[in-house]
Design a protein around this ligand. Structure first.
Ligand code: BYC
Length: 317
């Protein structure tokens, strides 16, 4: 076959993408498309699972029974998101064991944001407001991603993220209506989480190796910088309503080009965190490994039960 000739499978794939329709697990797809999806979806799943840790740190210390119940529900939602996403990656042929092994061996990426500590209760507010807020901006367009199982998982995840964002906003609102010490605690948490939240959207567009191809495949619908701009635009009026200051003296809306002007983002810090040298990277992985080892008996029991069921089914047939 001539080098640039398209096979019928490829033509059908290209046609589905051109018509902005969904690719399903049964459909033929280029290897690179499959690999990109496994990469992004598994990273996303790992982020949800590691993302349980900074907040789990506060479950036993939440300031009231009601706050504890809400926080537990949120952390459980994140476990659920991880499971939907691992399942979506499995439809592409990735195995759960391989993905888990890559994570605990420190070979897999997960969002940079979860490598920062949560020293105060206000961090629960800042995570909900800023981290879940950034997640919503990034993930609502993913509900239209071209790969069906990923897009469908995102619909449910985004609904739950909206609740998470509101609960974070409400924690900060209550602190800002409290004593001067509570107000300072809220502002301090916002100061610490603001810049790492902006980094969640990934490197600037001209340094984002995956964006162009992912956008051509209708996986990503907006570039990293476009989503970062959209996020800042969402935060400005909400910060005003809360009475907190966003920690960027250069932040202002530029009427001329319709964008927010902002101070430069510290990409050195971002790359340090990605290289495993953030404040909490080692602790997050240590805790994940420990949880995996402690859960070995559950996996063994489930495997033994499945084998027993299979024998019973065979014998009944
Ligand atoms: N952290 O070419 P680029 C949550 C990597 S969980 C770490 O722009 P892409 C929540 C990137 O992977 C939220 N790594 O990549 C949970 C790539 O590395 P590789 C998680 C990052 O994929 C609990 C390299 O940098 N959300 O909401 O086109 C509690 C070059 O980047 C980061 C998702 O995962 C980062 N921040 O775009 C509360 C959303 N940024 O793989 C909340 C799904 C970039 O080439 N993912 N990298 O070695 C995405 O939308 C995209 O993957 C990204 C990056 C926008 C993150």
């Amino acid at each position: 076959m001539a080098h640039n000739e398209t096979t019928p499978d490829e033509a059908q794939f290209d046609d589905l993408i051109a018509r902005d329709e969904r690719i399903e697990p049964r459909d033929w797809m280029p290897d690179a498309y499959r690999r990109t999806l496994v990469r992004q979806i598994s990273q996303h799943a790992h982020s949800e699972i590691i993302g349980m840790q900074p907040e789990a740190n506060w479950i036993t210390r939440a300031p009231s029974l009601k706050r504890k119940a809400i926080l537990m529900a949120k952390v459980q939602d994140e476990a659920g998101h991880g499971l939907y996403l691992y399942s979506a990656a499995q439809t592409l042929g990735a195995t759960r064991d391989d993905m888990t092994e890559a994570l605990i061996a420190g070979r897999a990426r997960y969002s940079s944001i979860f490598n920062y500590p949560t020293p105060t209760w206000a961090d629960m507010g800042a995570i909900g407001w800023l981290v879940d807020g950034a997640a919503i901006c990034n993930q609502v367009p993913l509900c239209r991603a071209s790969y069906g199982p990923y897009a469908r998982a995102m619909v449910r995840i985004c609904k739950e993220e909206s609740f998470h964002q509101r609960q974070g906003f409400e924690i900060l609102l209550e602190l800002m209506r409290g004593t001067p010490a509570q107000q300072r605690m809220a502002q301090d948490a916002v100061d610490r989480w603001y810049w790492p939240a902006l980094q969640m959207f990934g490197p600037p567009d001209d340094e984002s190796p995956n964006s162009a191809q992912s956008m051509a495949w209708n996986i990503k619908r907006f570039s990293n910088d476009e989503l970062r701009q959209r996020f800042v635009g969402m935060l400005v009026p909400q910060a005003e309503a809360l009475g907190v200051t966003l920690p960027d003296p250069e932040l202002r809306y530029d009427e001329a080009n319709g964008c927010y002007a902002m101070s430069p983002i510290d990409w050195t810090e971002f790359h340090e965190v990605l290289a495993g040298r953030g404040p909490m990277n080692a602790e997050r992985l240590r805790r994940r490994r420990e949880a995996h080892e402690n859960g070995a008996w559950v996996r063994e029991a489930a495997t033994a039960y499945a084998a027993k069921q299979a024998t019973a089914t065979r014998e009944a047939a």
